[in-house]
Design a protein around this ligand. Structure first.
Ligand SMILES: Cc1cc2nc3c(=O)[nH]c(=O)nc-3n(C[C@H](O)[C@H](O)[C@H](O)COP(=O)(O)OP(=O)(O)OC[C@H]3O[C@@H](n4cnc5c(N)ncnc54)[C@H](O)[C@@H]3O)c2cc1C
Length: 496
């Protein structure tokens, strides 16, 4: 590779892509970000449904390089998160590196470089390809008979139709995940007629979400105050999140607290319907800022646990033949959490495609790389921390490691990928770490086809340690002109 022409392409301008862009800019590396949407923000651009608030503390969700002293609430509303992300892009001068409305549909590794094709048929060549494409970006719709026949507006929670007014309508919300809970409570307090269709009750965090005061905002502007407060926060989070990793009194106390939230439900039948039959933390915990359990007891709200037989023009028909008449239908049915960079077609060494290597299970080396796909890096790929390391900290770890790998590969005029053996060792370490954590023992969107969750199951310091140094024996460096390398097609890898 010619250093002079060294180029990086980042795909995606959500939090991860912008984080990467800022770090590449600082490192003086030539790069372009491709973004299929018309603005930055990813998740926070796409999800604009009523009742959406960030589920961690607002200040836990800040880019470490851009403090925000002015969050309006402890847990900011989605629009404020999106405004902050846009401000980061603007303030850091990142927008000029982004090509908006440009989807990358294909990426092929050939001649030791990545050849990318956009949906418009343009091509781009880069030495390094970074997929910052998110893990919750491809909406999933339920496979229910008659879905296309519904007569009123029907849309996914991530594609909210703001032309539909709330008032005087009968709303149907399908789903009881984080989005379904937040939408139901928001519409309930708006006074709409709401029916929420749930298959499974969730443990819900009923929380207070106070406004921040002018004193707090002023305090943060004092010398050292911000840094002091953030350091305190990071320490607190490490302690507070231990319950997910190992059984013990902290976990028991959490379980008791969550159970107690249900005590406000007066009707025993409703309480039974809303009491989960699995342990706390096994699924992502919905956060309720407007007391969901109070909201669903309002006379305008109904929780329906009977099975949906089909969707008809007038509404939803249940398995026992009951028709629930509706004017608007919302699919709060989540995302294809195992899609990652797909549907992009990605081809690595030996002609192997991502679809082939991930046919049975998605996997990675450290959440950031894949054998057989040299100089392809993922941000928040399989096994990245989704619950127990704050997003900006996880990104700092991943990005600093990726930058070190890039530097090492440039030095050797080669492309770099993890070996198959190192990747297998990493996966085995992940599998061995799950027993005792909260993520096993129920059906959840984290789990792969074998039932292993694809998130980080260890403490935060071990995540930092994973990326603290480049382990040479875990990597293969493929010099320009060399076509071989282990990985890629499973059978080709096995033969090496
Ligand atoms: C409703 C909702 C609420 C959430 N709330 C929280 C929360 O409170 N706390 C938390 O920690 N996490 C939350 N998450 C998870 C959230 O997705 C991550 O925290 C974070 O925003 C992910 O950022 P990202 O940049 O990795 O991915 P994304 O935000 O998904 O961004 C990916 C970007 O890549 C672009 N892209 C994808 N494919 C292509 C392509 N082929 N070509 C060009 N561009 C492409 C997309 O358009 C998108 O802009 C939430 C997720 C959802 C869906």
């Amino acid at each position: 590779m010619e250093d002079r022409k060294f180029r990086v392409v980042v795909v995606g301008a959500g939090i991860s892509g912008l984080y990467m862009a800022e770090k590449l800019k600082r490192a003086g590396i030539d790069f372009t970000v491709y973004e299929k949407g018309d603005e930055v923000g990813g998740t926070w651009r796409d999800n604009t449904y009523p009742g959406l608030y960030v589920d961690v503390l607002s200040r836990q969700y800040e880019f470490l390089f851009q403090p925000n002293y002015d969050w309006s609430r402890k847990y900011a509303p989605a629009g404020e998160i999106q405004a902050y992300i846009k401000k980061v892009a603007r303030d850091r001068g990142l927008t000029k590196y982004i090509r908006f409305n440009t989807e990358i549909v294909e990426a092929r590794f050939a001649d030791n470089r990545w050849h990318l094709t956009t949906a418009k048929g343009e091509t781009e060549i880069a030495d390094v390809f970074i997929a910052a494409t998110g893990f919750l970006h491809k909406p999933v719709y339920p496979n229910i008979e008659g879905r296309e026949t519904f007569a009123g507006p029907a849309f996914h929670s991530a594609r909210w139709d703001h032309s539909v007014s709330y008032a005087g309508k009968r709303w149907g919300i399908i789903g009881s995940g984080c989005s379904g809970i937040q939408i139901t409570e928001a519409l309930a307090w708006e006074g709409c007629e709401v029916t929420q269709f749930i298959r499974r009750a969730q443990w819900i965090h009923i929380r207070e979400n106070p406004h921040s005061t002018w004193r707090e905002r002023l305090f943060l502007r004092l010398p050292f105050a911000y840094r002091w407060r953030q350091n305190k926060l990071w320490k607190f989070i490490i302690e507070a999140d231990q319950w997910r990793l190992k059984p013990g009194p902290q976990r028991d106390a959490m379980q008791r607290d969550f159970k107690s939230y249900l005590d406000v439900i007066r009707d025993p039948d409703l309480k039974k319907k809303l009491t989960p039959q699995y342990h706390l933390g096994c699924t992502r915990i919905p956060k309720s800022d407007q007391n969901y359990y109070e909201a669903v007891q309002r006379p305008n709200v109904h929780v329906e646990t009977r099975h949906i037989a089909k969707i008809v023009p007038e509404g939803v028909e249940l398995a026992d033949g009951t028709l629930v008449e509706l004017d608007v239908l919302v699919y709060a049915t989540g995302f294809d959490t195992h899609a990652y960079m797909r549907p992009m077609k990605v081809t690595g060494l030996n002609g192997a495609t991502i679809d082939e290597v991930w046919k049975d299970n998605v996997y990675s080396y450290g959440g950031v790389a894949l054998p057989g796909f040299p100089n392809l890096f993922m941000l928040y790929g399989p096994f990245a921390p989704l619950n127990n390391v704050p997003v900006p900290i996880g990104l700092e770890h991943e990005i600093s490691y990726i930058l070190r790998l890039i530097a090492e590969a440039r030095k050797r005029r080669a492309a770099v990928a993890p070996t198959v053996a190192a990747t297998e060792r990493f996966r085995a370490r992940m599998r061995a770490a799950f027993p005792g954590t909260v993520w096993l023992g129920c059906k959840n969107w984290y789990s792969d086809q074998e039932g292993t969750p694809i998130l980080w199951p260890l403490p935060q310091d071990e995540h930092a340690a994973l990326f603290a140094r480049v382990v040479e024996e875990d990597l293969q460096f493929i010099p320009a002109g060399e076509r071989k390398g282990s990985g890629g097609r499973p059978e080709a890898a096995a033969a090496q």
